[in-house]
Design a protein around this ligand. Structure first.
Ligand code: SF4
Ligand code: SF4
Length: 165
């Protein structure tokens, strides 16, 4: 079932995927596919072209964005752009995996995903390097406001809560 609210985004993804002739080089190049065959970039592209919708399985969230598939695609298909587009549409529908929602919450609270470790701070001091700027959650909040990410996060908060009930 195609979600009409994402028609333009889907059409853009279809356009980006159009040169694909299903050779499978992307899948055979993908390091994630080797250990998790459900993450198949060729199938993701096929779903966009053939069905005109994002794949229902949500395996695109396993992509590590290593760019290997994109480097090797003989047709120059931007697979990472397509996979990111699929994630964007899924997120707006409240289908982001709970781990990603947790990461977004942490980003909002701390202003960064991974604080600099004490070991790294000490190493910098030993090397005479200047202090790193501290992450500011207010900057992240501003980005969330401007980009509409708050609404996307809220849709996923609701979905995670409903799933837990
Ligand atoms: S490598 Fe490119 S042309 Fe081949 S299946 Fe993947 S996206 Fe399609
Ligand atoms: S960018 Fe994603 S889909 Fe492409 S090879 Fe890397 S992990 Fe696989």
């Amino acid at each position: 079932m195609v979600d009409n609210s994402h028609n333009q985004e889907l059409e853009d993804l279809r356009e980006a995927a159009r040169p694909c002739f299903q050779c499978g080089i992307c899948a055979s190049s993908c390091p994630v596919f080797r250990v998790a065959p459900e993450m198949n970039p060729r199938m993701s592209v096929d779903s966009i072209i053939t069905d005109g919708q994002v794949p229902a399985e949500g395996n695109e969230w396993l992509c590590a964005y290593c760019l290997m598939c994109e480097e090797r695609c003989p047709m120059g298909v931007s697979l990472t752009e397509i996979l990111m587009g699929i994630r964007n549409i899924s997120s707006k529908e409240g289908k982001a995996p709970p781990d990603f929602v947790e990461s977004a919450e942490a980003l909002l609270a701390r202003g960064c995903l991974s604080p600099t470790s004490n070991r790294s701070v000490k190493k910098r001091v030993d090397l005479g390097l200047p202090d790193l700027p501290q992450p500011d959650p207010e900057h992240v909040k501003l980005i969330f406001e401007v980009t509409g990410a708050y609404e996307v996060l809220e849709a996923n908060r609701v979905a995670v809560k409903e799933e837990a009930e």
